[in-house]
Unconditional design. Structure first.
Lengths: 200, 411
């Protein structure tokens, strides 16, 4: 089964995934419309900065077992048996924050959402774009990502791809065989140097 | 096929039962529950008091939970005697039960207040849905209420009663609210938030006696002051429910002492949840952390061990999250380090612009405690650092930054 995978080295921090995610989870489903939606749609993927100045698209890993699911007091967090996606029922959610306390990745947010009772703040996180997938679409964050930091693939195949690249790199000793395009590698180096200069 | 018996249908017992069944679908499994109400989320009873949920919303397993898992349930029975030699136990209704493998998940009982008049009608503890139901039945006509204790239960009781339009006075023995969970600074901020919403807080004070005819009508304080009230909630902590154990045969401290596999000193007997005293990974010694997520994890580990899979328990960490009117609070681990010990370092930062306060306690370069007031969403990342107990790979100051997130920890 395909899953959303992250290649951290390729994230440039552009945050297009965040916009795409918010729009995909809006009522109007367009950027212009989403800007006017009430409540304002919010992303479920969160681009943070590493100490070296790189971006990182932090999203729910749909862990198994899921700490948030175990911690949820009213039993609002459950797993879809077919997809394995960990979901939150906004009607059962009591906004207690236990899930945020349990999540080692810090992906839970609390706000209003059009899928929740009006005016009620609830726990919100990535839902694997299950509804988009049902329509044959990729998750919105993957569709938006231009650098390949977010991909939608079979984990085994992605692992094989990576292992093959490492083998090529090791055998050839040629840095150019590294999977990272030159532009990205340069950007990473610049960000790292900038961060280092800021530290001094 | 071993015969499993679980004392208690709280979340520790329920988690254990589910884990046993995932490993052993067929052996007989009996659960003994003292409360009649179906398995429910105990922390939600404060929401019941507040009026935010109805009783059915607290139920956390489907009506056919026992049936689905092939569990026999003895509901409304309290275990009053355990005979380890005969491997039998007896309930208060005379039922005698034999076991091969036993899990004690009997929870903890609220400490009653032992002063003259302390057993009068109108004085409640807040541990069960039945107790909250009793409070709600008495609520009409209650104008003033006293809450004894500034801990988590006292807090939630005060909050719930305020929501119901009752004038609440909180009487605390410690110098500030939530003395076990937060430092003095956060405690003061919390006290002010409560007072801004109509709560009266008195610190350094205790009740000496209650008076009233048929039901409580007032209390005399250690300060000499007399307070009128029509309802009292006692939140003075809980005591592990282990009175049914045969004296001198089981290793106990405040709770039942258990090893890394949650085994008690009795053969074939395990303990989990509020009754159990397992390793606290921050304190480095056995400690009862009577909170929901600990009961879940201990229930699962004990269940696995009972079913023959020797999973070891890494230890518990005390933690809590709650929203108090306009303040969100998350706490974990050791928040007030002992003054007389070396190796501790405390970092704290207030940001009035963002309305946040963050306090971190480090020991030998590892995070061992935290208080987050406002912006609690990244608290789980910090908690995982406390639980793992590894030296920090980044400067501790980074953890205080407003932009702190999971990526801040990536090399």
């Amino acid at each position: 089964m395909k899953k959303v995978l992250i290649d951290p080295g390729r994230c440039v921090g552009c945050m297009q995934c965040m916009f795409a995610c918010a729009v995909a989870h809006s009522q109007s489903k367009t950027l212009l419309g989403a800007l006017l939606d009430k409540p304002r749609p919010r992303p479920r993927v969160h681009v943070g900065t590493t100490p070296d100045g790189r971006g990182f698209p932090n999203r729910c890993r749909h862990c198994d077992p899921a700490p948030c699911l175990a911690a949820c007091l009213p039993g609002a967090i459950f797993r879809d048996p077919d997809s394995g996606t960990v979901l939150i029922d906004p009607d059962r959610c009591i906004d207690c924050g236990s899930c945020a306390m349990a999540c080692p990745f810090g992906v839970l947010r609390f706000h209003q959402d059009y899928t929740a009772p009006a005016g009620k703040e609830v726990a919100v996180k990535c839902d694997n774009c299950d509804q988009r997938q049902a329509q044959g679409l990729e998750p919105a964050c993957v569709e938006a990502c231009m650098t390949g930091a977010l991909t939608f693939e079979e984990p085994d195949q992605a692992l094989k791809r990576r292992t093959d690249q490492v083998s090529l790199l090791v055998l050839s000793g040629d840095e150019a065989q590294a999977d990272l395009p030159a532009g990205l590698a340069l950007l990473r180096a610049v960000k790292k140097a900038t961060a280092e200069m800021n530290r001094r | 096929m071993p015969r499993y018996v679980i004392i208690g249908n709280g979340i520790a017992g329920v988690s254990a039962a589910e884990t046993i069944r995932s490993l052993d679908p067929d052996s007989p499994l009996l659960m003994i529950a003292a409360e009649e109400f179906p398995p429910y989320s105990r922390p939600m009873i404060s929401l019941l008091l507040e009026g935010a949920v109805t009783p059915e919303r607290m139920i956390i397993r489907p009506p056919d939970f026992y049936q689905r898992l092939g569990i026999e349930a003895l509901v409304g029975h309290q275990v009053v005697e355990l005979d380890p030699q005969a491997a039998r136990l007896r309930t208060h209704r005379g039922e005698s039960v034999a076991y091969d493998r036993l899990l004690i998940a009997s929870g903890a009982d609220p400490r009653p207040v032992e002063v003259p008049g302390g057993d009068m009608a109108g004085i409640f503890c807040m541990r069960t849905e039945a107790q909250v139901r009793g409070m709600l039945e008495m609520l009409p006509g209650v104008e003033q209420a006293l809450v004894l204790g500034g801990g988590l239960v006292g807090f939630k009781a005060a909050y719930g009663l305020l929501h119901r339009g009752v004038k609440v006075t909180m009487l605390i023995r410690s110098p500030h609210p939530l003395a076990m969970q937060v430092d003095a600074h956060a405690g003061e901020l919390i006290r002010r938030e409560l007072e801004a919403h109509g709560l009266t807080v008195q610190v350094g004070v205790e009740v000496q006696e209650f008076w009233g005819e048929e039901r409580v009508q007032g209390a005399l304080l250690s300060s000499g002051q007399k307070l009128d009230c029509q309802l009292v909630v006692v939140g003075k902590g809980v005591r592990p429910a282990l009175d049914f154990l045969p004296p001198g045969q089981v290793k106990v401290d405040s709770g039942i002492l258990v090893d890394a596999n949650l085994r008690t000193s009795l053969e074939g007997v395990y303990a989990a949840g509020d009754v159990a005293q397992a390793l606290d990974s921050v304190r480095g010694r056995p400690w009862v952390n009577a909170i929901w997520p600990v009961a879940v994890e201990q229930g699962r580990v004990a269940g696995a061990n009972l079913a023959g899979r020797p999973v070891s328990y890494r230890g518990s960490v005390g933690r809590n999250v709650m929203r108090i009117f306009g303040l969100d609070l998350m706490t974990a681990g050791l928040v007030n380090p002992p003054q007389d010990q070396e190796g501790y370092r405390v970092l704290a930062e207030s940001d009035p612009r963002r309305g946040t306060y963050r306090r971190l306690v480090l020991r030998d370069g590892r995070l061992v405690g935290m208080v987050l007031l406002g912006e609690i969403e990244q608290g789980g990342v910090l908690l995982s650092l406390i639980q793992r107990g590894l030296p920090l790979a980044v400067e501790p100051e980074h953890l205080l930054e407003p932009s702190f997130n999971f990526a801040s920890l990536m090399p």
